[in-house]
Unconditional design. Structure first.
Lengths: 465, 100
């Protein structure tokens, strides 16, 4: 270690401590009771790492570092204070920022070092830059779709997959050429631009319902690109953080793809955009039973066990606080109310849990799919609020259905199913839901927030009686 | 970079990957959203590479790109930790013992 300057040893030790704090940070996330310690450990590790880096002997100019840190904080604070309903697009945006940082650093390193750059170094640098730039534009597109600046509907055209693969192939060929001939600096911008374009095209064909998978996958890409940057800079802390982030994104992608019954390779290669064109053209008007808020309130108050199934529709209608009032009113009457959360309900992993926690619903009332599915036959009322495909029994029974095989919440096994829905239009994937025509299903037509509100009024006696 | 540094790096990557896998597998689905915002903030440790780039000021291009990179990463650090903590504060148990 004699080649290290004294400061360098100090920095390496600080990075070692920071790595341990990062691992502890994630370990403490395993339970809601310790999770906040995890944030503190992460913050401490980050502070140490940044302070240690400022000791770096090569640093001559502190002014711009300070300016950039202040500007970043000015941007970061409002991004940390967004509404809980805006968390999916905020997350996508932060993937974009992380990937932007990695891409910019990779680009700067390339121009500083080339043509004097080893083959291995150029390989990881290209990986860093290609992954970083496609994650940057891909995440921006995802954020735009989630914020509804861009159309949420998938945009598809003929030969889309071919074009995408061709672009990626060109970027990889350019990268390989640069590895062999690092003096060909004029090719670098092309590689960068093609990877940026690929990111855009990758996310264009993806609809809102696939967003949980896409966000997880972009998370994994962002982590892997940061790890590649760690190799380029020979920075072990970065390798560790990138590997942790990458495995987190990968695990979430696998969970999401399993919850949508897609194979892992399907997800890994980003081919999740296949639009499921519904064959439900020949829909005849089947009879459904509907009920008023008054009737729904009467059934709910007579129940012993109620399971609420929230979906993206609840988030759109901002109905979570009314749902909390319903939970309070029913609990006061001695009804056991729990919530069944499908892994892909909403627009990102865990989306529903955050919204319900925001509305002050205790987290021990929020149940995962595996934990609650066996309880539906003993459930008096399953109340579906703004969820559709994740409750579709066709996934279990109809092998011709596009979602056949997808694990669903077995709400149809409850004694009574109530579905709050605006109208009879099919869900996002355009698939008809046989749940609505069952004998034990009651449709409650209306806006989720308004309808839950009127049920609460009935229950608390504020209504006309 | 010589080959032993490369092998060291790969070892670290492999081990950290396995640790990440084991640790994150145990995270309750309840907390998947805050998990993602936390790993995002941790990932912004890339800021250290950007800081060195700005501080060393080897070329105008590297200093400008580095400054932008520091801004992007810092916004992730600040925003990521802030929103993760806000979200985690909201998760309350119905058992009164959990009151703090």
């Amino acid at each position: 270690m004699s080649e290290f300057a004294g400061n360098q040893v100090v920095i390496e030790v600080i990075y070692l401590v920071a790595s341990a704090l990062f691992i502890l940070s994630l370990k403490w996330m395993s339970s809601p009771t310790t999770a906040r310690h995890g944030v503190w450990a992460g913050e401490l590790g980050m502070l140490l790492a940044i302070a240690g880096t400022l000791l770096h002997h090569g640093i001559v100019d502190y002014q711009w570092i300070a300016v950039a840190l202040v500007l970043g904080t000015v941007i970061g604070v409002p991004l940390g204070r967004v509404q809980m309903t805006a968390v999916p697009q905020r997350t996508a945006l932060s993937h974009a920022f992380g990937a932007l940082c990695v891409t910019l650093v990779g680009t700067a390193e390339f121009y500083l070092r080339s043509p004097d750059i080893s083959r291995f170094m150029m390989s990881v640098l290209s990986m860093e830059v290609i992954l970083g730039s496609l994650t940057f534009t891909g995440s921006l597109m995802a954020a735009g779709k989630l914020q509804e600046i861009l159309p949420q509907r998938p945009l598809t055209y003929k030969g889309q997959n071919f074009v995408n693969f061709l672009l990626l192939a060109i970027a990889v060929v350019l990268a390989v050429y640069l590895v062999l001939h690092p003096e060909a600096r004029q090719l670098y911008p092309f590689m960068l631009v093609i990877a940026l374009a690929f990111g855009v095209l990758l996310v264009i064909p993806i609809g809102g319902a696939d967003m949980p998978t896409v966000i997880s996958l972009l998370n994994a890409y962002a982590g892997l690109s940061a790890a590649a940057m760690g190799f380029v800079l020979n920075n072990k802390l970065l390798i560790v953080a990138g590997a942790l982030d990458g495995s987190s994104g990968l695990i979430l992608s696998v969970i999401m793809s399993k919850a949508m019954n897609r194979s892992f390779t399907n997800v890994l290669f980003g081919a999740f955009g296949q639009v499921q064109v519904s064959a439900a053209a020949g829909q005849e008007a089947k009879p459904v039973r509907s009920a008023t808020a008054e009737e729904a309130a009467a059934i709910l108050s007579a129940a012993n066990k109620v399971v609420v199934v929230p979906g993206y529709g609840m988030a759109v209608a901002q109905a979570q606080h009314k749902v909390r009032e319903l939970y309070d009113a029913l609990s006061k009457r001695g009804v056991d109310v729990r919530f069944a959360i499908h892994p892909v309900a909403g627009r990102m992993p865990g989306h529903m849990n955050v919204l319900l926690a925001e509305a002050d619903i205790p987290y021990d009332r929020l149940m995962d799919m595996e934990d609650i599915n066996g309880d539906f036959p003993q459930t008096d009322v399953a109340l579906v609020i703004g969820a559709n495909d994740v409750t579709n029994p066709a996934a279990r029974t109809d092998s011709s259905s596009p979602i056949y095989g997808m694990p669903i919440l077995d709400v149809d096994k409850a004694h009574t199913v109530m579905v709050i829905k605006r109208g009879m239009s099919p869900g996002f994937a355009g698939i008809d839901n046989p749940l609505y025509y069952l004998d034990n299903t009651l449709m409650l037509f209306g806006d989720a927030k308004a309808f839950v509100g009127s049920i609460v009024r009935e229950l608390t006696g504020g209504g006309h009686s | 970079m010589n080959s032993s540094t490369l092998i060291n790096g790969l070892f670290i990557f492999m081990l950290a990957g396995f640790i990440g896998f084991e640790v994150i597998r145990r995270v309750s689905p309840l907390l998947h959203t805050p998990l993602m915002s936390l790993t995002n903030a941790l990932d912004a440790i890339a800021v250290v590479g950007a800081i060195v780039l700005v501080g060393e000021h080897k070329s105008t291009l590297s200093a400008v790109l580095g400054t932008l990179a520091v801004i992007a990463a810092t916004s992730n650090i600040v925003g990521g930790f802030l929103i993760t903590d806000r979200m985690l504060k909201m998760f309350k148990s119905s058992r009164p013992a959990a009151k703090s």
